[in-house]
Write a protein that binds this ligand. Structure first.
Ligand code: DGJ
Length: 705
């Protein structure tokens, strides 16, 4: 008899799937060798008393019709009928590490294709497409189509990521023994509030050990993520696009496809899990126009806000170049009538009062100083105070008859209207064709509300139209890099990253807050897509003041830039900026290609990060003291990821200015230097100096032959 088990496997993981009657994951975890046929018998479930008389499968599309009461994967109807479906696998297409299951319900006249793919990084991609196969003129209304992955029963902790503006990626660990978890996002963008990702782990797991499973829904619109513990003890994570009423209505032959759910498993804790995601992003998600190094940015926002004077900006350009900046970005305030945040969005022509000669003198100065030119735009928006709105009030994304509420005094444009789409593409194309712009900071500063297109809910269509607009622009200007910004980190996900190259992580440049935010983001994203800027001495969003070394070391571990007016700081501060820019350039190849490790220290007021080169010949280590140290003698840092028998030379690259004031004697290696094996650093560790709160220490390890 033909086996109905199929096995996706590589060095990171094994996924064993029973293909019939519906595809069901029997096992997902550490790699298995040999035949997996025995699992059919070994994992056969008993049928308990007082329930249905047969086994209830937990398939990739859990079905209410087969007894999955708590978490059905599909909800919908056709003119109030066909309100449930019961599918059967009718074909399995297998190609290398890709599986397509075609499933049908001949009564409800629905067809479902489930796509499952295991990448060499260990990341599993899951998506589904549902098609209305009825030939009548009655549409099938999709209310929910969720992606479901079973999680083993011994996985009993959840790590989720919530936040708000200027406080993204706050990580919380909660008990998952008996409680269900659900997060819903209806903000019309990925959101600051709920990152569409979740990590489930064995109790007591940490960065370096324990079994962990993670999922991320690559989608920039609404979502729901659930983690359920069923009454029979089974566990699952379910992720879906959160659809508004009537949003997806499929006419005969039409289909709806879910976003992709990216999932990863590790038997060795959270660092290995993140490294798999990082490798996957580097190989499969990021599409880089030029494989050059990522240039150091200067972004004008916190430096000059809306106050644009080309003569002054040219002086800023010269000062930036002297500091080592490689790309100069003009932020908000350059287009006609944009003097504050209340007007002009939609009018994407250069303000001739501010820039009488256009950007030509700016571009000349940027090029004369050996830099690239970048520009801020916010294409999806319109202010009522704009020529565009006066000419086309009907282009606004709203619902007829209702008063659309403003957010930051602005409104969205309905990208599904072809003239709107064409207008925006044309504006962006014109500006990119007129000037040698290598980078667009694509901002999006308000949430969607009452968003309808021709009277129907429009978040899905708007999100897809946004993707299409990015794609159309990139087809015309393939060498322009795009940053996804949304009041900082409001639109950070793999869906948008497939069409962009970088994120503005947060509007908060406070190094203390950034330590937390960047750590949270690092679970899913590698450093090179994390925009991290050194801001002025006092942070504009928190008013906290930090020494340049804490700001510099914190910004180093991303795609670095500076956010300031270089003319407004003194020579000493400018030199300090130059120092960290030079340091970043020296280490960025390693930072942007290596393996990142978060290191947990028993003192929770401190955290460390390590990036090790793929060939293990170099590593960069930063220790940040977030608050008052818990103990009089600092921690011993055990450094992961090095080659055991290799000898490394340790060099201190940067340390707080006033380090000695809290110690009579510093650890000896700080004055005498240290050469030591990878094994000793990993097992015995390195005695850290006592650090003041809100300071950091940076050192490197270089292999000596
Ligand atoms: C919000 C962004 O996050 C900031 O960096 C800046 O670009 C402003 N918008 C400009 O309006």
């Amino acid at each position: 008899m033909k086996s109905n088990l199929t096995h996706l496997s590589n060095e990171h993981t094994s996924v064993v799937i029973q293909t019939h009657p519906m595809p069901e994951i029997l096992y997902w975890g550490a790699p298995l060798s040999g035949s997996v046929e025995t699992l059919k018998l070994a994992l056969q479930r008993p049928v308990p008393q007082a329930r249905l008389d047969q086994d209830v499968p937990l398939s990739l599309l859990p079905e209410l019709a087969k007894g999955q009461y708590g978490s059905p994967g599909l909800e919908g109807h056709r003119a109030n009928k066909d309100w449930f479906a019961s599918f059967t696998t009718v074909a399995v297409q297998e190609h290398a590490s890709t599986l397509n299951f075609v499933c049908e319900d001949a009564i409800a006249k629905l067809s479902l294709t489930i796509h499952l793919e295991l990448d060499e990084s260990g990341v599993l991609s899951l998506s589904q497409t549902i098609t209305n196969t009825n030939t009548s003129d009655q549409a099938y209304n999709v209310q929910r189509l969720a992606l479901t992955l079973p999680i083993p029963r011994h996985i009993q902790e959840l790590r989720h990521f919530r936040g708000r503006w200027t406080r993204e990626f706050q990580t919380e660990v909660i008990d998952w023994r008996a409680h269900n978890f659900v997060q819903e996002n209806r903000r019309g963008r990925t959101s600051h509030e709920n990152f569409p990702g979740l990590i489930a782990g064995q109790r007591g797991h940490d960065e370096q050990q324990g079994e962990v499973y993670a999922v991320h829904l690559g989608w920039s619109g609404n979502h729901r993520i659930k983690a359920d513990v069923k009454s029979d003890g089974r566990r699952l994570i379910q992720a879906e696009e959160l659809l508004d009423a009537g949003e997806i209505s499929l006419a005969a032959g039409e289909s709806y496809s879910t976003p992709v759910l990216y999932a990863s498993y590790s038997a060795k804790g959270l660092n290995a899990l993140s490294q798999q995601f990082h490798a996957f992003v580097r190989q499969n998600i990021l599409h880089f126009p030029v494989s050059a190094k990522r240039p150091v940015h200067l972004n004008t926002w916190e430096g000059i806000y809306f106050d644009h004077d080309p003569n002054y900006i040219i002086k800023m350009i010269e000062a930036s170049a002297k500091m080592g900046v490689e790309r100069f970005i003009i932020d908000d305030g350059w287009f006609v009538g944009r003097h504050d945040d209340k007007a002009a969005l939609g009018d994407w022509q250069i303000d001739a009062d501010k820039y009488p000669e256009g950007f030509t003198p700016i571009v000349d100065a940027i090029h004369a100083n050996g830099m690239e030119f970048g520009l801020w735009v916010e294409p999806e928006m319109v202010n009522k105070e704009s020529t565009l709105y006066r000419q086309h009030p009907e282009w606004m994304l709203s619902t007829q008859g209702y008063e659309q509420l403003s957010g930051r005094w602005q409104y969205l444009l309905d990208l599904q209207q072809q003239p709107v789409f064409d207008y925006l593409l044309d504006c962006l194309d014109k500006i990119l064709s007129a000037y040698p712009i290598t980078y667009l900071k694509w901002d999006m500063n308000r949430e969607l509300l009452q968003s309808s297109h021709m009277g129907r809910a429009a978040v899905h269509g708007q999100t897809q139209a946004f993707y299409r607009l990015l794609e159309a622009l990139r087809a015309k200007h393939p060498n322009v890099e795009v940053e996804s910004c949304s009041s900082g980190g409001g639109r950070i996900d793999y869906g948008v990253l497939q069409r962009t190259q970088r994120f503005w992580t947060s509007d908060n440049n406070d190094a203390l807050e950034r330590q937390i935010i960047q750590k949270g983001m690092s679970y899913f994203f590698p450093p090179e897509v994390m925009g991290s800027h050194i801001g002025p001495a006092h942070c504009h969003t928190t008013m906290r003041r930090h020494a340049i070394s804490f700001r510099g070391i914190t910004a180093l571990f991303g795609h670095m830039g500076v956010e300031l007016d270089p003319l407004a700081v003194d020579e000493q501060e400018r030199q300090a900026f130059s120092h960290y820019i030079a340091l970043h350039k020296q280490w960025r190849d390693l930072l942007h290609s290596g393996l990142s490790y978060r290191v947990e220290l028993p003192d929770e007021q401190s955290q460390a990060q390590v990036v090790v080169a793929i060939d293990q010949q170099q590593a960069l280590v930063a220790v940040a003291q977030l608050a008052m140290p818990a103990y009089a003698i600092a921690e011993v840092l055990r450094i992961p990821g090095l080659q055991a028998q290799q000898i490394y030379r340790l060099s201190v690259l940067d340390q707080p200015e006033n380090l000695p004031h809290i110690m009579k004697q510093l650890p000896l290696w700080m004055s005498e230097g240290l050469t030591i094996s990878g094994e000793q650093l990993e097992k015995a560790g390195l005695q850290l100096p006592v650090l003041d709160p809100e300071t950091a220490l940076l050192f490197s390890l270089e292999a000596i032959n």
